[in-house]
Design a protein around this ligand. Structure first.
Ligand code: GLN
Length: 279
């Protein structure tokens, strides 16, 4: 028999080379026991049954190999909602909440708007917005059917009836001048960026992360195509890396956008650029 405290102690030792070993050990044990973390502190002497001990050891082994916590538990919180994730989807990041926040700030919440979330992955952005603004209709687009299956389950989990899932390449599914807003957190990491070889990114789909030599391949396509599918005055909101701001402003300007501006995320890093389709 292994108690909660003994299991945690052994796990922390195995994870010693990693930051946050104690937190990781607790999150994974709480996941195996299907209890909140507070339960571990309340019942340190409680025993794991044989099956729980085996499953916990397996999760710790995979964590030691570097597998992201979100893939091991199958969940990640975004905009205070719980999302299912899998290795088919990018793991939603806290900085991406800035896209949601800006959409909610800049678009009227009480109008029946048509909005696309391009490269939706787990559906986090579209579902957060749909949940917040029931009058909006969100088109969650992805070229990966594996992602759309997860996004579908997340939409159902959050009872987001105002989300349609679309299997398509970026803007290909939309008619000219049909949308009020286009939102995207596309791949934008340069192909040779060393970050791709570190931490969680090693296990995430490369197609959701890397986009050409300067990371701008998909952002430039999205800007060109959005200009066609947005109504006049429609809004584009794009997540990107700070090194890309100046080029994005030029591209937006060239593709008939105005009011172009960039906002910093909570770490103070330029992260989201917003612009309006000029009439
Ligand atoms: N911001 C992410 C990272 O660098 C990348 C996400 C993306 O490419 N959309 O970890």
């Amino acid at each position: 028999m292994t108690s909660i405290s003994a299991a945690l102690q052994a796990a922390v030792q195995n994870l010693h080379q990693q930051d946050q070993s104690r937190l990781d050990a607790e999150v994974l044990l709480a996941h195996v026991l299907q209890k909140p973390r507070s339960y571990l502190h309340a019942w340190p002497e409680a025993d794991l049954d044989g099956d729980q001990a085996v499953r916990y050891a397996e999760l710790i082994r995979r964590r030691v190999e570097g597998h992201p916590i979100a893939y091991l538990t199958g969940h990640r919180e975004f905009w205070s909602l719980d999302f299912e994730v899998s290795p088919a989807t990018l793991i939603p990041r806290p900085e991406t909440e800035l896209l949601v926040e800006q959409a909610l700030t800049l678009l009227p919440g009480d109008e029946a708007l048509a909005i696309a979330d391009l490269g939706t992955g787990s559906g986090a952005i579209a579902i957060a917005l749909a949940h917040q603004c029931p009058r909006w209709h969100l088109f969650a687009v992805d070229q990966s059917t594996d992602c759309l299956k997860i996004a579908q389950r997340n939409a159902a989990r959050h009872a987001a009836a105002n989300v349609s899932l679309i299997n398509a390449d970026w803007c290909a599914a939309f008619a000219p001048a049909s949308l009020d807003a286009v939102i995207a957190n596309p791949p934008y990491v340069p192909n040779r960026d060393p970050h791709l070889k570190r931490g969680d990114l090693r296990f995430e789909p490369i197609s959701a992360l890397a986009a050409g030599p300067d990371g701008l391949d998909d952002l430039s396509v999205i800007i060109m195509q959005s200009s066609r599918i947005l109504k006049n005055g429609g809004l584009v909101l794009l997540e990107h890396a700070p090194e890309q701001t100046a080029t994005l402003h030029k591209l937006l300007n060239r593709n008939a956008f105005s009011g172009i501006h960039t906002l910093p995320d909570l770490a103070g890093v330029e992260r989201v650029t917003v612009a309006r389709k000029s009439p």
